[in-house]
Design a protein around this ligand. Structure first.
Ligand code: ADP
Ligand code: MG
Length: 357
């Protein structure tokens, strides 16, 4: 046998080499077939909803990426204009400035539907989430470049007009049972836009996409052989772009983060931010500094990131579990609280942050 091998060693070496080449070519073809690695993709950045946006679109042809980028921009602009109370002449602007207390005010069906959903969340959260917080946020002026701590008497006066019990929404329209009320979709606008973007992507030939609009990120499809998306969660106490953890999600998930670091000012070392507790009239002050919600519905994800921020760790986690969404709540002592399903899918990268089990 040994003599046989020795005599035919050149032949055997040849067979092995040819075998290896065939195997290599086969693997290469197979790899191409399975598209191991990532698909062709293009990245775009811009501005929408007054914040930075970034889109990475995976498709076979660059032209498809460009077309979808254009279509998404159109959607973001139209949702922003439609829902913005700042947009002069928008339905919400007209509503806020011309309703008469007590009368039924007709609105377009989608706005009415979103208002109904907001009212459901208002009731479920026992008022932590309020669709009519606007007079209060205007008083604080954080988003208008006129930030100041109002007097107690001013807050009390405004709180009279931010009680959503005075809103009645039916299929016919809405009624304000109080003058001086106003609607603001600030807490849900980006989530609604994410839903519309996902619906547009599903009509296209795009294979995968990740679209971020400020603190709201929508994932779609797959980017290649790795079928999960790995989404970085902003470190609430570091410069923009630094992540403290990575969350694995499937395509079709919307991940929204609300934080006390987004829009705030400080007086005597105290931070006043843009997420208000409708009960007190002050920025929510319960130790929470960031809430991330991940689920397959952008509206819910965005609404609950704001709502759970106000509710605090215990009630926030409980509500997230009831609604069946993933939640990551960070407190000022850098403790991280999560809903049960997240244990295997959240990877903390910054060791200053501690997962509370
Ligand atoms: P961002 O707009 O920075 O992404 P959020 O989704 O948390 O963050 O929304 C914050 C906005 O929601 C505020 O700017 C304000 O317009 C509105 N808001 C603040 N507090 C509440 C609240 N308790 N309920 C509903 N909306 C709120
Ligand atoms: Mg929100």
């Amino acid at each position: 046998m040994i003599r046989f091998l020795a005599r035919h060693r050149h032949l055997i070496t040849g067979i092995v080499v040819v075998g290896l080449i065939i195997l290599f070519v086969y693997m290469a073809i197979k790899t191409k077939d399975l598209k191991i690695g990532t698909y062709n993709n293009k990245t775009y950045s811009g501005i929408a909803f007054g914040t930075a946006i970034k889109k990475t679109i995976f498709a076979e042809e660059d032209e498809v990426c460009d077309k979808v980028d254009y279509d998404i921009d159109k959607i973001l602009k139209s949702v922003d204009e439609k829902l913005s109370y700042r947009e002069h002449g928008s339905e919400i602007d007209i509503l806020n400035n011309s309703y008469a207390a007590g009368g039924i005010y007709t609105l377009s069906p989608d706005i009415l539907m979103y208002l109904q959903k907001e009212m459901d969340i208002y009731k479920e959260t026992k008022g932590a989430f309020s669709p009519c917080i606007l007079p209060l946020s205007k008083l604080w002026g954080i988003e208008d470049g006129e930030a100041r701590v109002p007097k107690e008497s001013e807050i009390e006066a405004v709180l009279e007009h931010t009680n959503a019990d005075n809103i009645v929404v039916t299929d016919e329209g809405m009624t304000f049972n109080d003058v001086n009320m106003a609607i603001d979709f600030g807490a849900v606008g980006k989530g609604i836009a994410a839903d519309e973007v996902l619906s547009e992507l599903s009509k296209s030939s795009v294979k995968g996409a990740v679209i971020s609009v400020g603190g709201t990120i929508a994932t779609y499809g797959v980017k290649g052989s790795d079928t999960m998306w790995h989404i970085g969660i902003q470190d609430p106490r570091a410069e923009d772009g630094n992540v403290f953890a990575v969350l694995d999600v499937n395509g079709g998930t919307v991940i929204s983060t609300s934080g006390d670091y987004e829009k705030y000012f400080e007086v005597d070392g105290k931070r006043y931010h843009h997420i208000f507790d409708p009960g007190t009239g002050y920025p929510a002050d319960n130790g929470v500094i960031s809430v991330t919600i991940a689920t397959n519905n952008g509206f819910l994800s965005d609404a609950l990131s704001t709502a759970c921020f106000v509710m605090g760790v215990d009630k926030g986690l409980e509500y997230a579990e009831i609604k069946g969404v993933d939640a990551i709540i960070v407190t000022s002592d850098k403790n991280v609280y999560i809903t049960k399903d997240l244990r295997k899918r959240l990877h903390i990268k910054n060791t200053e942050y501690k997962l509370v089990k």
